[in-house]
Design a protein around this ligand. Structure first.
Ligand code: EPU
Length: 419
């Protein structure tokens, strides 16, 4: 298994371009199932999760071509094996995103039931209950979700809890349903708005994405489109946090700051100077030691759970004590034990991490447990004294494009060790 060797202590400086957003791209690739024409996706990030989604569509018979401009052309016509096998689902839970489009277009789907994962139990009951309300029959058998419907019917659906991929799945399903679907208590993440815009460019009729209620008027068919994946707000936030822990001064280009205002607000509270452009964010960490910042994660527009682990590291080297409350996932503190092995002073009580700032972190051999946990270990390695080796970095390759290349470009010293 490959590892990253990080020599800590270099302040980051310079400018980098943000990559396309993984969590916008995944539902967009799934949405190609809804139409028979070509869909061209530009600015797809080169990530393991994107490859897994292509593998999934490819296994059902979709045509996926990479052209000379590095754009992907996907034609999901006449799919055959309407199934997401366990081998793929267990490596990427977002495989569930094909459920809604498959039932809407082909009237059937067989998807391995995602189990628990490193950040919690993560059930998919909201996805399934909503499809049932639209007339689908759902049976759980041999570890698989078996869904069928002649044509989905529009319905008034209120989600019991806010779910990002659940909102996306049902929004996609409703585009081809008979009649009008109203979704309430939906997720308002920027990726929901991106997906709605893409679907509307395919001829869907979706209103209200980004608000608490989304209305979808079903149409008979959707057409092809060309769509550019927007920049990854979590990638941008992670590099800004990396600058904050290394007393760095960097600019991230290609990112709309409105997508991460809560993160920017909290970075400001650490004592960093932030400058916003129309599509760029600059940070200058002027303070020697960051101020501690309390954080409570919650659905957008609140502080994203996907930035919680990175802010654990900022707080770990801060001048005081901070509390982080994780309210989205039940078990997203797996990185804390590894961070403590590097000298952090963090206690976990239920969904609260109490972080006491220390003067120095020290390099160690640590193990990544999930994508954002890996990011926090890399950040800790960047500001630690000595060498850090991060193991199991396949987690990081799922969601950060060329991370060591980008960080090294900014002045870090990271080497990928072969397995
Ligand atoms: N939940 C249920 N039932 C459901 C669906 C969700 O109880 O049917 C619960 C979950 O267990 C969790 C909460 O609701 O406690 C929120 O989960 P959500 O469904 O919103 O998460 P998701 O859609 O599976 C997406 C991102 C995650 C991100 C979360 C929260 C994608 C592909 N994944 O997951 O991204 O953390 O929203 O913002 O969009 C990551 O990129 O590292 C990542 C984990």
């Amino acid at each position: 298994m490959e590892k990253l060797l990080i020599k800590g202590g270099n302040p980051l400086s310079g400018r980098i371009e943000c990559s396309g957003a993984k969590n916008a791209a995944l539902p967009m690739i799934a949405s190609t199932i809804l139409c028979e024409e070509e869909v061209i996706l530009k600015n797809l990030p080169y990530l393991q999760d994107i490859t897994t989604m292509f593998e999934l569509l490819g296994s059902m018979g979709a045509d996926i071509i990479l052209n000379e401009n590095m754009d992907f052309t996907i034609t999901s016509k006449n799919l055959q094996d309407i199934e997401a096998r366990y081998e793929l689902v267990k490596t990427m839970r977002a495989s569930i995103l094909v459920l809604g489009p498959l039932v809407a277009k082909y009237g059937k789907a067989r998807i391995a039931l995602p189990g628990g994962c490193a950040i919690g139990s993560r059930p998919v009951n909201y996805h399934l209950d909503s499809l049932k309300q639209m007339g689908a029959e759902i049976v759980l058998k041999n570890g698989y979700i078996e869904a069928s419907a002649s044509r989905l019917k529009g319905a008034n659906i209120k989600f019991d809890g806010i779910t990002v991929t659940g909102t996306e799945n049902i929004m996609m399903a409703a585009t081809l349903a008979a009649g009008k679907t109203t979704l309430t208590n939906v997720a308002k993440e920027p990726e929901i708005i991106d997906l709605a815009e893409m679907l509307n460019s395919m001829g869907a009729k979706i209103d209200g994405a980004g608000s608490d209620q989304i209305t979808i008027t079903g149409v008979e068919s959707l057409n092809g489109t060309k769509y550019e994946i927007p920049a990854d707000r979590i990638e941008a936030g992670t590099y800004l946090a990396a600058a904050a822990v290394t007393k760095g001064e960097i600019t991230i280009e290609g990112i709309n700051p409105n997508r991460l205002m809560k993160v920017i607000e909290k970075l400001n509270s650490t004592g960093a100077e932030i400058n916003l452009g129309i599509d760029s964010i600059s940070i200058n960490m002027k303070k020697d030691v960051p101020n501690p910042v309390d954080i409570t994660t919650a659905p957008f527009p609140e502080f994203p759970t996907d930035m919680q682990a990175q802010f654990s590291v900022i707080n770990a080297i801060s001048s005081g004590t901070a509390n982080i409350y994780e309210t989205v996932f039940e078990n997203r503190f797996m990185h804390i034990l590894e961070l403590n092995r590097m000298g952090c002073n963090i206690a976990v009580e239920g969904n609260r991490a109490i972080i006491k700032g220390v003067r120095n972190l020290y390099g160690a051999e640590v193990m990544a447990t999930d994508l954002r946990a890996s990011a926090s270990l890399i950040l800790a390695g960047l500001c630690a004294k000595g060498e850090t080796v991060v193991d199991r970095i396949y987690h990081i390759d799922r969601g950060y494009e060329r991370i060591e290349e980008k960080l090294n470009y900014l002045g870090a010293d990271i080497v990928r060790l072969p397995s």
